[in-house]
Design a protein around this ligand. Structure first.
Ligand SMILES: C[S@@+](CC[C@H](N)C(=O)[O-])C[C@H]1O[C@@H](n2cnc3c(N)ncnc32)[C@H](O)[C@@H]1O
Length: 481
């Protein structure tokens, strides 16, 4: 555990100096049955006053924030530096309530999650708890004190276990027993998810903000030709799923116009239909979520109305969260291995979809800029190339790159992709990405910009950010991933 991320050195020792064995615990009992108790070896700790069921949220500790500047200037030179957690956005957070009093155990019975939505830390039991049992969390492998329940002394040792110390990233979903015994279809509440979704931009509610793309269309004066043209479109492979939010035909001022494609090159229409040349117009790049937006978008091209219920969020079942967590573990392992081979610790993984077919392609790739002496061998680009190779291997008749490579797929990344890689993901029509480490200075999915939300791009994908970064994968922030 790095000092930045968790409890800092000496905290407990100082506490113990000020908390003697004559210490009388306050009658502090929270509504989940937790109380404070003193022990000679560990100082104060949190104990169960009664039996507590597995998977119970036993404490939600609000946190007190210190701004980065304020902390760097003053906080870190005070005792506070022994208490604080590094929050994701760089601020330092002090847990109030019981949060600061959980002791460490190598086999913790409590997991915790930093929740940026409520500015709090949630503690949850990972198994059934007996009355009077101590409730402990796992601080990590790099401790600053001699833990009383340790089997080996791990004081300040650089244990390379592949997990990089305290990793709330895996905390809640890392106990297979817990998951096997629980209902895989149970919906995980939003705050307990190990990731957060980047908010899409607000819906376009005035003409200037409607996001559009250039599309090829053709006027079809004779309606009998429309059926032939539609059939031809289907067979020609020009039908583009990214235009699924638009109606195919526009009837306006007595004229019928057919939507063809968003390819840069003009489609070659069957000559026997004797149509005029296709031409390009701007069409909305996404469906309308509100009626106002619908009427605005319709001024460009007839668009489908796909309202979202207020506050609608994707529901994540326990099984699906486990699937995502497992995928992210693959990413971390790959990145760490990459690092041990003197490459950058950057990796990308496309697992089979949750509940997807057995024949789905799976691919993993690492950054190979160093070994290839090639500036473009980013993990994402390597992954996409690998998927393209698989396409070719599996279907010799298909041309490499002729189809979108990641349509409907989820990709897991150790780092936020750079702008080039974000564009490659967009162009491959990825459905969603998850990343562990944000790249504030170079990232194209939330860092310097968020490519899938920009005006003019012709595909959107969801971006999920893991709540906890994995410290061993932190790379120079000026680098692009
Ligand atoms: C976050 S505080 C926990 C509350 C603390 N025991 C108190 O009295 O306030 C962390 C400190 O508790 C002590 N501690 C926690 N877990 C321990 C363990 N397993 N063995 C020994 N000391 C422990 C260490 O001194 C550590 O610096």
């Amino acid at each position: 555990m790095s000092r930045d991320e968790s409890w800092a050195a000496n905290y407990g020792n100082e506490i113990r100096m000020s908390v003697s064995s004559s210490f009388i615990a306050p009658e502090h009992l929270n509504s989940s049955g937790c109380r404070i108790q003193y022990s000679e070896s560990k100082g104060r700790g949190v104990y169960a006053s009664r039996e507590i069921q597995r998977d119970t949220v036993i404490e939600i500790s609000p946190v007190l924030f210190f701004g980065k500047e304020e902390y760097d200037k003053y906080g870190k030179f005070t005792v506070l530096d022994h208490y604080t957690f590094k929050w994701k956005d760089g601020r330092m957070a002090l847990a109030l309530g019981l949060g600061s009093l959980f002791n460490h155990s190598n086999s913790p019975n409590v997991s915790y999650t930093l929740d940026p939505h409520t500015d709090s830390i949630r503690y949850r039991t990972v198994r059934n708890i007996d009355p009077d049992e101590e409730l402990c969390i796992f601080y990590g492998h790099k401790l600053w004190f001699d833990p009383v329940d340790a089997t080996v002394s791990v004081i300040d040792s650089e244990l390379k276990d592949g997990w990089g110390g305290l990793s709330a990233a895996w905390n809640d979903y890392d106990d297979p027993g817990k998951l096997w015994n629980s209902d895989q279809n149970e919906i995980v509440d939003d705050h307990s998810l190990p990731f957060t979704m980047l908010k899409p931009p607000p819906e376009e509610e005035d003409l200037a903000t409607v996001r559009t793309v250039l599309a090829w269309v053709v006027d079809v004066p004779e309606s009998r030709k429309i059926t032939t043209l539609l059939r031809w479109l289907k067979n020609s492979g020009l039908e583009d799923p990214s235009l699924g939010h638009l109606k195919r035909i526009r009837k306006q001022d007595g004229k019928t116009t057919l939507l063809l494609s968003v390819d840069p090159t003009p489609p070659e229409l069957p000559v026997e239909l004797e149509l005029a040349s296709p031409f390009q117009i701007l069409v909305p790049s996404s469906a309308a979520l509100t009626l106002t937006s619908l009427s605005l978008k319709a001024t460009f091209w007839p668009t489908f109305y796909a309202p979202k219920r207020k506050g609608e969020v994707e529901h994540w079942s326990r099984g699906k969260v486990e699937w995502a967590t497992e995928a992210m573990k693959v990413v971390e392992t790959e990145a760490l291995e990459s690092q041990s081979e003197n490459e950058l610790p950057i990796s990308a993984f496309m697992p089979a979809s949750y509940g997807g077919g057995e024949d789905e392609k799976v691919a993993v790739a690492r950054d190979t800029r160093t070994s290839n002496s090639h500036p473009l061998r980013h993990a994402v680009l390597n992954l996409i190339r690998r998927v393209a190779d698989l396409e070719v291997d599996n279907s010799p008749s298909s041309e490499n790159g002729s189809n979108y490579l990641l349509t409907g797929r989820s990709v897991f990344l150790s780092h936020e992709p750079c702008i080039m890689c974000s564009m490659a993901l967009l162009h491959s029509r990825v459905k969603q990405i998850f990343y562990l480490n944000p790249m504030r200075r170079t990232g194209g999915c939330g860092g310097v910009t968020c490519l899938p939300t920009l005006q003019g791009v012709n595909h959107r994908f969801e971006v999920f950010v893991w709540k906890e970064v994995v410290s061993k994968l932190v790379i120079n922030e000026a680098l692009d991933a």
